[in-house]
Design a protein. Structure first.
Lengths: 161, 275
């Protein structure tokens, strides 16, 4: 594994603990933010699409095996959503993406896709309507996840903007 | 040709990578019940759950509910006992002795604490701090002092994964206590529902729902919830009943695992159905 993947994995460990222990306390009607996705989006916007896609795959796998859920569900959803985040990457746009409220928009769109994909692959209940899944499993968790991008916007150094 | 292929792959390498990783993910998803996947999950879960437990103990300082464990234990026993007595009142005792009612309150309860939760709309899972070392086995029912919580789905040495009622993959055979109408309880992502109950059957708002005698996953007469509302379908022939669980699934913290080993063969069949 390349050294550049070590740093996000080190960030991942405390974030995964927070995701599994603290985040349930702040969930609203089972709608919870995904902090690990915020981490993946952050590193994707810094290092590019290919890096982000691989990182999403690795961190998805790790989250799957430690959360007790289905192995492969987060792997799949993080891989696809990190790939989509990668479309917003640009060598000259790193600061703009991370220091402005545009980051919240990226997190909202891609976080919604991530939650929706996770629901699609992990639920075997055919009674769930597509509208329900898009709204309650996609948009609402995506919105909640986007709020956790605020500290990045606030504290990321605004150089050259 | 080779040059063209190389250039093609180089131009579209992101897409190739995405497709390959997606295929791997979906393949792994399909292999979840394979022993290798379970073994891997057991190792990771066992090690990482320790971190979760430490963090959870720290968070619990602010909750301070350790001292109430004994009371909760007693309350859970009383809840099962009360439900059993209610059932006795509702039915003819002679008839009940003939059908050899299985007493749920006689099973030992193993107290456990939730150390982490996987919160999504359709995948309600807990990790609890008791595992194989405490004789926990896959398929054991989980309750709290209010009612049914879920089912043990994976066990490691010191930790277990509980699939709770808010998991769309869990289906439970239930019965309406007052009228003995049977049905299958599911989570539809929003509510616990029992579908396709004929409108001619007597179902009232507030009726108590409990686990059915027909369920071999759960012992009978564990309270699940009460009827919140009933809606009939377009033709008016069938009801969909919405159930409000007695236990607060989202806020649950302390649980009890009923130490019951269901029939191996039946259990195997039913566990296969909810995979």
């Amino acid at each position: 594994m390349k050294i550049q993947y070590i740093k996000p994995i080190l960030f991942f460990i405390p974030l995964a603990v927070i995701q599994l222990v603290i985040v349930p306390l702040i969930s609203i009607s089972n709608i919870a933010p995904n902090l690990v996705f915020v981490l993946i989006a952050y590193f994707t916007l810094r290092r590019g699409q290919i890096y982000g896609t691989i990182l999403g795959f690795i961190l998805g796998f790790l989250l799957d095996i430690i959360s007790g859920g289905l192995i492969g569900a987060y792997m799949f959803s993080f891989t696809i959503s990190a790939f989509i985040v990668g479309y917003f990457y640009g060598e000259n746009k790193i600061d703009i993406n991370l220091s402005t409220y545009f980051l919240l928009f990226i997190l909202f769109i891609c976080g919604s896709i991530n939650s929706f994909l996770f629901a699609v692959v992990s639920s075997s209940n055919s009674n769930l309507s597509l509208f329900f899944m898009m709204l309650e499993e996609g948009i609402l968790p995506g919105f909640y996840t986007a709020l956790f991008g605020l500290p990045i916007v606030i504290f990321h150094p605004k150089e050259g903007i | 040709m080779r040059k063209f292929l190389r250039r093609f792959v180089s131009d579209y390498k992101e897409y190739f990578l995405l497709i390959i990783l997606s295929i791997i993910s979906l393949s792994i998803l399909a292999q979840n019940e394979k022993p290798a996947a379970k073994h891997l999950k057991s190792i990771a879960l066992g090690n990482f759950a320790l971190l979760n437990e430490i963090t959870n103990s720290f968070v619990s300082i602010f909750k301070s509910d350790e001292s109430r464990d004994d009371l909760r234990n007693e309350n859970a026993h009383l809840m099962l006992e009360l439900n059993r007595l209610q059932k006795y009142r509702a039915e003819n005792e002679e008839l009940r002795s003939m059908i050899a009612f299985k007493d749920t309150s006689m099973y030992p309860l193993i107290p456990a604490k939730i150390i982490s939760k996987l919160i999504t709309k359709t995948q309600g899972n807990y990790i609890v701090n008791k595992g194989f070392n405490y004789e926990i086995r896959k398929g054991m029912p989980v309750i709290n002092d209010k009612g049914l919580i879920g089912l043990i789905m994976d066990v490691t040495e010191n930790y277990s994964v509980v699939q709770n009622l808010y998991n769309s993959n869990l289906s439970i055979a239930v019965t309406i206590q007052r009228t003995n109408v049977d049905g299958i309880l599911n989570y539809d992502g929003n509510n616990l529902i029992i579908k396709d109950i004929p409108t001619t059957y007597d179902v009232q708002i507030g009726d108590v729902i409990e686990t059915s005698d027909f369920s071999s996953l759960f012992p009978p007469s564990i309270p699940v919830g009460k009827v919140l509302k009933k809606e009939s379908n377009v033709l008016g022939l069938l009801h969909t009943v919405t159930v409000m669980p007695f236990a607060d699934i989202s806020a649950a913290n302390n649980l009890f695992i009923i130490k019951i080993i269901p029939s191996k063969q039946i259990n195997q069949l039913e566990m296969n159905l909810i995979k």
